[in-house]
Design a protein. Structure first.
Length: 74
């Protein structure tokens, strides 16, 4: 289980995102669209058009992480 510091802020990107994008291009989107620092320790959450897949990017001060979460079928 991955735990985040209790004071970690979560940013939700509005709209949908191309899920073929990797950490670098999502970090660029954070900088250009949200005017935020992707290496600030905040969690940035992006969703697919159908909303059954999300990607989360996070930098903990030591390294970058990208989590891919797929919703289960009903």
């Amino acid at each position: 289980m991955i735990s985040f510091p209790s004071n970690t802020r979560v940013w939700l990107a509005t709209g949908h995102t191309d899920m073929s994008r990797g950490f670098a291009s999502l970090a660029l989107q954070v900088q250009e669209s949200l005017h935020a620092d992707p290496f600030s320790g905040k969690l940035f959450v992006f969703r697919e058009r159908r909303s059954d897949l999300i990607k989360v990017i996070w930098h903990d001060g030591h390294g970058a992480c990208m989590f891919v979460i797929k919703a289960r079928a009903p």
